[in-house]
Ligand binder design. Structure first.
Ligand code: COA
Ligand code: AMP
Length: 654
């Protein structure tokens, strides 16, 4: 067997000759016009990869494997623990579905550069719709099903899509999620770009009241802004009469998708991903980071609504000619804590990728991994984790119990693929619990102090990436010409600011410790405290509010809200709390998992009026804290500590 190359060798090559390195990596992609130049620096500090080159991402994910004679290889395995439905698609079959749906979109007037919003549960149609957009050069924007109508409307208004693809409903344990009322509300709230809604009916899903075909309510909806009617059609009807569409050529620098993520304000940021850099980076990552090759089975247990799902459920496995698993269900309770291992056995999964919170959920129910012993999980070569910090306790539990390497790796929606990892396609490095190991080739990581000066090894600071970043990373923010620079590039000139803090040890291992901004991470889902505060502030009784992320054993963090009442307002605490919890669910969505509210007389603030969120968080988490010298009134902290005693959210004051 050929010995895999050493990490250091490959990393140095990427650093000393990035252009040569990435042009070489680009040969893994079939181009219509192959790249000659790697990097366009003309608009620095915003860089573009592979200027002048042309390709089609969908062709690379599907057609070329079929043309290479691999059409009968399984491309997609769908396994729904919610409905019991299992279905497999070969590359041939998936290509047929995707070409047809591309034809459906085309028939609805969608062409190159147009946006399509996809609001679907974890069903094959989600992946098919994404690839169909890529096929005709349209730009998809997938919205996670756990977001409320308001969040959907905000994304519609920002991306201004003409078509929405949705389903009659989704399933969560113990309840059905009726998508159509959410869609109708979002259409009413938004400003009228949508012309057509394509609905996948899930007739076999028991309990779904809104069977689209049975209702006449959807003949047309009028959007309030310009009173244009919205036409509602069904996926199946349109597919039955579709003429397949061929892949179109797009520029490597053209957008493939917009994915909204939480920033520090209430407005989500539309991260734009290009076609060429994305395809090159993901293909490179499959071989070198994940060690996944044609025919291997990769299962990313996430959701297509998140970047992890975009990259490693949909695009990367298919670009690599591998088999991807699309799982509709939870790690526990659907039906038990053995479901992950059942899927590994059933489909001979080689690489499993999930979030630490999913492992903590399994551990809580099955601490001794008795369930895993019921299944043959010997096919599992590596378990990759990302989305939040992998705590060492969970790492040891999984590593000891599963008999396969457990690999933490760190990345963000913005980067689209890992920034730091233990690259399993190269000679693997030793794992240090608590660290996602080393920078992935292409990323030059530095830890900077507040003034932008690199700090010594072992010292914590702001993690920044020296520009240019490698292919596949964000091309910009949708609709905000200078948004990328303002949000990420001006803080530390010459660098991209990750918003994460951490340190690099003497061996060059990176440790990512947490966010430096108001972004919190709940069960691997990124949320903005500003967004939650906006929702709370909408309650007529609330004068001021602060939301902080506090420690949570299962979800890593959970959002806790602190409110003060307007003068002269009298409302029972329990009534107010229930109303505020319902308000967040209605405005942001169930994904926020918002359940903790504390009513205070005053919020702790500095003399200049800034709410002391960090001190509040330390108090709630029971961490030692220093009373800020600028505090307006120290007794407010005592009030806060007292208010937490007996609080149902299991908060323990210091
Ligand atoms: N559509 C509608 N609602 C959704 C949803 C979706 N696609 N996904 C989640 N929700 C709802 C849940 O039903 C839940 O609602 P509830 O308050 O009525 O119970 C709420 O949003 C919170 O969901 P979640 O955070 O998933 O919590 P949970 O208690 O249902 O499950 C875990 C906990 C740990 C099992 C689950 O969070 C998990 O599997 N996490 C993996 C994280 C992940 O994949 N992250 C992506 C980055 S890698
Ligand atoms: P998202 O954009 O939703 O993928 O969230 C990205 C953020 O999640 C990062 O900025 C980190 O704060 C956190 N994160 C993701 N992966 C890791 C990891 N492996 N270790 C620590 N934090 C992580």
């Amino acid at each position: 067997m050929v010995k895999p190359p050493a990490y250091r060798e490959i990393y140095n090559e990427s650093a000393t000759n990035p252009a040569g390195f990435w042009l070489d990596a680009a040969s893994a992609i079939d181009w219509i016009t192959p790249p000659v130049t790697a990097l366009d620096e003309s608009n620095a500090p915003v860089y573009r990869w592979f200027p002048g080159a042309e390709l089609n991402t969908c062709f690379n994910a599907l057609d070329r494997h079929v043309l290479a004679g691999r059409g009968s290889t399984t491309a997609l395995i769908y396994d729904s623990a919610m409905t019991g439905v299992k279905k497999q698609f070969t590359y041939d079959q998936l290509l047929t579905e995707v070409s047809s749906f591309a034809g459906v979109l085309f028939a609805q007037g969608v062409t190159k550069g147009d946006r399509v919003i996809i609001y679907l549960p974890m069903i094959p149609e989600a992946l098919i719709a994404m690839l169909a957009c890529a096929r005709i050069g349209a730009v998809h924007s997938v919205v996670f099903g756990g977001f409320a109508a308001n969040e959907l409307a905000v994304r519609i208004d920002d991306a201004t899509p003409t078509v929405m693809v949705t389903a009659s409903g989704g399933l969560e344990p113990g309840r059905t999620v009726e998508y159509l009322p959410i869609v109708e509300k979002a259409l009413a709230l938004s400003h009228g770009s949508i012309r057509t809604v394509i609905v996948k009916e899930r007739r076999h899903v028991a309990g779904l009241a809104a069977d689209f075909a049975q209702t006449t309510a959807h003949d047309s909806t009028h959007s309030p802004a310009n009173d244009q009617p919205v036409t509602w059609v069904t996926w199946d009807d349109e597919m039955a009469r579709a003429s397949p569409s061929a892949p179109v050529a797009v520029a490597a620098t053209d957008p493939l998708y917009i994915l909204y993520t939480s920033g520090t304000t209430g407005n989500p940021k539309g991260i734009v991903r290009d076609n060429g850099g994305h395809a090159v980076a993901l293909a490179w990552s499959m071989k070198n980071i994940y060690n996944v090759h044609p025919g291997d089975v990769m299962w990313t247990a996430s959701d297509v609504g998140w970047v992890v799902g975009h990259s490693y459920i949909v695009y990367a496995p298919l670009l690599a000619g591998a088999t991807t698993v699309l799982y509709e269900g939870k790690p526990v309770g659907t039906p038990d804590a053995g479901v992950f291992w059942r899927i590994v056995e059933d489909y001979k999964v080689k690489v499993l990728f999930t979030a630490p919170t999913a492992l903590r959920a399994i551990r809580r129910v099955d601490p001794n991994l008795i369930e895993s012993a019921r299944y043959d999980v010997s096919s599992l070569e590596t378990l990759f984790l990302a989305g939040e910090r992998l705590d060492t306790e969970t790492y040891h539990w999984a590593n000891d119990g599963l008999h396969c390497p457990v690999v933490d790796h760190w990345w963000q929606t913005e980067t689209g693929w890992p920034i730091a990892a233990n690259l399993r396609g190269l000679a693997p490095l030793a794992i240090k619990p608590g660290s996602p190991t080393v920078p992935v080739p292409g990323y030059q990581i530095e830890v900077l102090n507040g003034k932008g000066v690199p700090v010594a090894a072992g010292k914590e600071g702001n993690i920044a990436i020296r520009l240019p970043m490698p292919p596949g990373t964000l091309a910009g923010l949708w609709g905000r010409a200078d948004g990328y620079e303002k949000s990420y590039l001006q803080v530390f000139p010459g660098h991209y600011a990750t918003g994460d803090s951490g340190f690099i040890d003497d061996d060059g291992y990176i440790f990512v410790m947490g966010r430096t901004d108001d972004v919190i991470n709940v069960a691997g889902h990124r949320l903005s405290t500003g967004q939650l505060e906006e929702a709370l502030a909408g309650h007529p009784a609330v004068a001021e509010c602060a939301v902080i992320g506090v420690k949570d054993e299962l979800k890593g963090q959970r959002a806790s809200g602190f409110v003060t009442l307007k003068a002269g307002v009298f409302i029972e605490n329990s009534v107010l709390c229930a109303e505020l919890i319902a308000l967040v669910r209605d405005k942001v969505g169930p994904v926020a998992s918002f359940r903790d509210v504390v009513v205070l007389e005053r919020l702790p603030k500095t003399r200049s009026g800034k709410i002391l969120r960090k001190t509040m968080r330390q108090i709630v988490d029971g961490e030692p804290f220093i009373v800020p010298p600028t505090i307006e009134d120290v007794t407010v902290l005592e009030d806060l500590t007292l208010a937490l005693v007996g609080h149902p959210g299991a908060m323990k004051p210091a």
